[in-house]
Design a protein around this ligand. Structure first.
Ligand code: NDP
Ligand code: SSN
Length: 291
């Protein structure tokens, strides 16, 4: 199992927790983040910090990326000091960001043309599962790299899927997040409707939890919505990005998605109301505060 010399690019909410788990493997871990101060906690735990993604690639056998969106994933891959600059035979890049299939395929092509290996590996699960090493990994691309990254996936996640050719990981992730995003808007409407109809929102949560649509998301987000607490685990701006990318996938394959399209409008509204950096459950605010 090739675990020596691992790299990590992007130490946001997810990346910092995932990179910390990589340190458990006892191999050198080299990290980079656009805002360099976010490297400090990792360095205090034994990682080294690099000045650019290209430097991380040079120092690492396998480098992981966890970046905001397609535009950022492309900048980190192709920009000055980017991944592609120093990729070469013997080096590998695993992009775990949630992006569209086209972005993944573009990065894959550039990396493999230079003799490197590429895997996309977006994840299901949020901040707490990332901290607990309980993510679900949706990988596609180079299967030998999937196997070589197995030990790293095992400390970051509870289950890893290999889904075939590059693009399938991105597509699976977008389908999952489209369902989650649509469910969250329906849940928010229900919570708000209950309150406006004079019902106890806590009673609603109890009723839901005993029925066929009980689920972990309602259980986790319900109490915090009622309290009005929206500290970001999964930022709303990223959920809206995922709705947008899932709808584009729907366009590509001629799938009608009226529910997701309506939900996307609510996330867009929530962003314009200034909730983009709050948790995605803040979509409740956009719904509850509208007359
Ligand atoms: N949070 C969650 O629950 C989950 C998120 N995801 C996905 O994982 C990815 C990361 O999410 P999350 O950690 O929550 O997001 P954050 O917004 O917390 O982190 C985003 C990361 O991207 C970096 N970044 C942003 N803009 C640029 C840029 N122009 N150039 C270079 N780096 C940049 C940020 O750097 P800086 O610190 O400098 O801003 C940061 O490292 C997203 O694709 C998201 O959809 C997937 C599963 C769950
Ligand atoms: O992309 C974010 C997904 C969050 C989750 O699976 O809980």
């Amino acid at each position: 199992m090739a675990t020596e010399g691992l790299g990590f690019l992007g130490l946001g909410i997810m990346g910092v927790a995932m990179a910390k788990n990589l340190l458990k493997l006892g191999v050198p871990v080299c990290v980079w983040n656009r805002s360099p101060e976010k490297c400090d906690a990792l360095v205090a735990m034994g990682a080294t910090a690099a000045k650019s993604p290209a430097e991380v690639i040079l120092k690492s056998k396998i480098t992981f990326g966890m970046l905001a969106d397609p535009a950022v994933a492309l900048t980190v891959a192709f920009g000055p000091g980017g991944v592609v600059e120093s990729i070469m035979p013997g080096k590998a890049y695993v992009d775990m960001s949630t992006v569209d299939a086209e972005t993944s395929m573009t990065i894959s092509k550039a990396i493999t043309e230079k003799g490197g290996r590429f895997l996309e590996a977006p994840v299901s699960g949020s901040k707490k599962p990332a901290e607990d090493g309980q993510l679900v990994i949706l990988a596609a691309g180079d299967e030998s790299l999937f196997n070589d990254a197995g030990a790293a996936f095992d400390v970051m996640g509870k289950k890893s899927f290999f889904l075939g050719e590059v693009g399938n990981g991105a597509r699976m992730k977008l389908v999952v997040n489209m369902i989650m995003g649509s469910m969250m808007t329906a849940f928010a409407e229900g919570l708000s409707l209950a309150e406006k109809a004079g019902l106890s929102q806590n009673d609603l949560l109890d009723v839901l939890d005993l029925g066929a649509i009980a689920n972990g998301m309602f259980k986790l987000k319900g109490p915090s919505c009622i309290k009005g607490s929206f500290a970001p685990a999964f930022p709303l701006k990223h959920q809206q990005k995922d709705m947008r990318l899932a709808l584009a996938l729907g366009d590509e394959v001629a799938q009608t998605m009226p529910v997701a399209a309506a939900a996307n409008e609510v996330y867009k509204k929530a962003r314009t109301l200034g909730f983009g950096d709050n948790d995605f459950s803040a979509v409740y605010k956009a719904i509850a505060d509208s007359s």
